[in-house]
Design a binder for this molecule. Sequence first.
Ligand code: NAP
Length: 309
Amino acid sequence: MGTYDVVIMGAGPAGLTAGIYASRARLSVAIIERMAPGGQAATTIRIDNYPGFPDGIEGPELMARMEQQARKFGAEMIPAEVQSIGQAAAGAARFTVSTTGGEIGARAIIVATGTREKPLGVPGEQEFRGRGVSYCATCDGAFFRDKKVAVIGGGDSAVTEAIFLTRLASSVTVIHRRDALRANKYLQEKAMANPKLRFLWDTVVTSIDGAGQVERLGVRNVKTGEASSVEADGVFVYIGFLPNTAFLGGLVNLDAAGYVVADDMMRTPVEGIFVAGDVRSKQLRQVATAVGDGAVAAVSVERYLTGTL
Ligand code: NAP
């Protein structure tokens, strides 16, 4: 499939921004994405804190604009999944990227593969996936119009999506394992002011049950130990994410949680491999920080390729 100055893995905010900057720097750029471009940001109904949009912007629209901008400057989008990265001996391309669509040569690489949803790991979760169990309210919320849903988790994602679901579902119950939300204060205030949201504190889900589709959740209060059940037609799991790094093998350093470690120029210890966005080991995972990472990674690649980094 040819050789590129830089192969960017992942077309979320970090990858697309890197694509915009690298293409504008007149590098040849391929962005490999296994799903639809846009990453997780494209599955978020509304993004309220991305600067420049005081009334918020829908995630799919923001990401479609980023993709359009990357393509406009010349980035090529390749729909495939990266399987592994090989380091070539001396030659034109320093790396060979194996993908489900074939091999691609790369002089430099930006890993921007983001994260995937963390599963709950309770009985019924796999069985009812797509039959009441979902990890994407934007994608599946409409199936639960005027029905009862539960949202698991207490972070920004759980609360954002629970608020969104109140527009569709007849009732939304947030089930959180502690008695305080992790979500930011702004979201907490919005959630507490929403009459359709109900909170079940100090509670963990022990099973997802039903006949053919989700009907109820088995739950347990972690303080009293009391077990009970919650009626729900749908359950949205938002308990955090896991980094997408399997294809990296042992090539780069990972932190204890499995995220890729890099310096502030997005360099990994492997010359020519850079990282950007949620897959990077860092404190804050937001569209704004992913965009910043992507810009820095692209400039680092440009400097690396011209011997000025
Ligand atoms: P998160 O911040 O890691 O929160 C995960 C939540 O799930 C926590 O409340 C956690 O409980 C709970 N949890 C974790 N494992 C669990 C388990 N096994 N069983 C039950 N509950 C469990 O994840 P997130 O909310 O998806 O956010 C990820 C990143 O994206 C964050 O950096 C966040 O700021 C960002 N984000 C931002 C926005 C926004 O700004 N609007 C929107 C979405 C995401 P504990 O609190 O007890 O640990």
